[in-house]
Design a protein around this ligand. Structure first.
Ligand code: NAP
Length: 308
């Protein structure tokens, strides 16, 4: 039986893996895609300590992965499709096998939320995008709309200024949620035009985006913004399919833990964006990964003592 299985290979999972490996735990990290998580979609990270000039999301994650592997972390590309919880032994099931483990760290992160409006599903990949780093270069000299008012919407709008002719930042209120520094940069950027108090109603077009129909919530006015691309950054939903009926979740579906990252089930820990909390940063995710690994180690030590 393994000591620990970490599910998810973003910053939280990789840091838990680093600490677990250095604690000489018998552990495995399972990641359905390549390690990295949402950070891989971030072009440039400039608020992670130790990188005063900033670092690309790809490089940061690659460094985290190399560091964890250097100390012995094994990473396998396998999707976890089932989780069996019992006090002493947990079962982690992938399409290939079933692993028995004493502890589990859930670091499955979160996925971009969709708007749920007409035209969105039809035009995904044909002008509707959830990743400016991936798709921004396709919109050179075109006009695009960005939906949302948080850090992601503002940061990605700034990134899009490298390519797009004009960016309409469509926000449902008249104040941004994003960090002040990002707000200041966006306000100073000529290519970004703010569309306040406005929600998107419909994305227009059949084989490509031709416009965005919006409604001003204060005046009720319906307008069509002529854009060729719509980038949606309205927050995330947690990846909790595996534990929906097994762990205590908050009203938005994020996993509730105590200050040691332990969930409502003993020996199951959660770290990073999947966790219920106020602040979602790479810096907070790595701290939680480290804390979860230490707590898992302590859980196993106490189990051993109880067995003697
Ligand atoms: P977020 O902070 O939850 O912001 C979502 C934005 O979308 C809000 O402005 C919200 O409006 C708006 N929104 C939500 N549902 C909507 C809907 N149905 N229609 C229209 N607008 C809608 O999400 P996020 O920006 O993706 O950030 C997620 C987390 O990652 C945050 O903790 C953030 O700080 C962090 N993050 C940090 C950085 C960084 O530090 N550089 C970069 C990216 C993300 P309201 O404001 O009215 O609620």
């Amino acid at each position: 039986m393994l000591d620990l299985i970490i599910i998810g290979g973003g910053p939280a999972g990789l840091t838990a893996g680093l600490y677990g490996a250095r604690a000489r735990m018998d552990l495995l990290l399972l990641e359905k895609l390549a390690p990295g998580g949402q950070v891989m979609n971030t072009n440039w990270v400039e608020n992670y300590p130790g990188f005063p000039e900033g670092v690309s999301g790809f490089e940061l994650v690659d460094r985290m992965k190399n560091q964890a592997e250097k100390f012995g972390l094994e990473i396998r590309s396998e999707e976890v499709i089932g989780l069996e919880l019992a006090p002493e032994a947990k079962g982690v099931i992938t399409p290939k096998e079933r692993f028995a483990t004493k502890a589990v760290i859930l670091a499955t992160g979160a996925t971009w939320r969709k708007l749920g409006i007409e035209g969105e599903d039809l035009l995904i990949g044909k002008g509707v995008s959830y990743c400016a780093t991936c798709d921004g270069p396709f919109y050179r000299d075109m006009d695009v709309a960005v939906i949302g008012g948080g850090d992601t919407a503002v940061e990605e709008s700034l990134f899009l200024t490298r390519f797009a002719k004009k960016i309409y930042l469509v926000h449902r209120r008249d104040q941004l949620r994003a960090t002040k520094l990002l707000q200041e940069r966006a306000m100073a950027e000529e290519k970004i035009s703010f569309v306040w108090d406005t929600i998107p109603l419909k994305i227009l077009g059949d084989n490509g985006v031709e416009g965005l129909e919006t409604k001003n919530l204060k005046t009720g006015e319906v307008t069509c913004i002529p854009v060729q691309g719509v980038f949606v950054f309205i927050g995330t939903t947690p990846n909790t399919e595996l534990v929906k009926d097994k762990l205590e979740l908050d009203p938005n579906g994020f996993v509730i833990t105590d200050e040691n990252m332990e969930t409502s089930f003993p020996g199951v820990f959660a770290a990073g964006d999947v966790r219920s909390k106020m602040f979602r940063q790479i810096a907070t995710a790595v701290g939680e990964g480290a804390a979860a690994a230490r707590a898992a180690e302590k859980f196993i030590e106490e189990q051993h003592k109880a067995e003697k």
